[in-house]
Design a protein around this ligand. Structure first.
Ligand code: MN3
Length: 205
């Protein structure tokens, strides 16, 4: 299969006040596109344009990829899938609190939503260089966790299923927030699509 740039579920300017239109446009049209192109090119190099598995299955089993291509597939495949999820987990007029099973699980593992939010924000802010902060489901221990990854490393590589991810590359916020990463992080909570994330979580249970 050839991967294509996923459509944004909203307009570039619809997250304005929290994420500016220009950042959204460049992030989606240029950065995400470059991961799509890099992924297609890397897959072509190893098996023509056809690969029978979806990228999350490939990332979960990187050893099945010829060694010389592993790093590239990890980077571009992670970049492709991380951003695909990132767009889906945001929505205009989002924010608030999660409900349902996810809210219950957050209470179990983080005591309450505010503690979860503070912990997630703190870890996000402490990432040095480029990376992501994640809420993941760990199927081995059947629990949710917060983790961070470097560059475009995906939780799938660690056999963890990402529910929510925050892009902490400078390209995600620099035009509006400059060096104020903390302000970007606190704004982002206002555009989270908790219904989408809750559904994603409930399907795993
Ligand atoms: Mn990005």
């Amino acid at each position: 299969m050839r991967y294509q740039l996923p459509k944004l579920p909203y307009g570039f300017d619809e997250l304005e006040d929290f994420i500016d239109a220009k950042t959204m446009e460049i992030h989606h049209q240029k950065h995400h596109q470059s991961y799509v192109d890099g992924l297609n090119q890397s897959l072509e190099e190893i098996a023509g344009s056809f690969h029978p598995k979806y990228i999350t299955s490939i990332l979960s089993d990187l050893k099945s990829i010829p060694e010389q291509s592993r790093k590239k597939i990890n980077f571009f495949g992670g970049g492709f899938e991380n951003h695909r999820l990132f767009w889906e987990t945001m929505i205009p007029n989002g924010g608030g609190n999660p409900g349902g099973n996810l809210a219950d699980s957050i209470d179990v593992y983080f005591e309450n939503f505010n503690k979860f939010k503070n912990l997630f924000s703190g870890i996000s802010n402490s990432i040095e260089g480029s990376g992501w902060c994640w809420l993941v489901f760990n199927p081995t221990f059947n629990k949710i966790e917060i983790i961070s990854t470097r560059n475009q490393d995906s939780p799938w590589v660690l056999n963890k299923i990402p529910l929510l991810g925050l892009d902490l590359w400078e390209h995600a916020y620099y035009l509006k927030y400059y060096n104020k990463k903390e302000d970007y992080i606190s704004s982002w909570w206002n555009v989270i699509n908790w219904d989408y994330i809750e559904n994603r979580f409930s399907e795993l249970l």
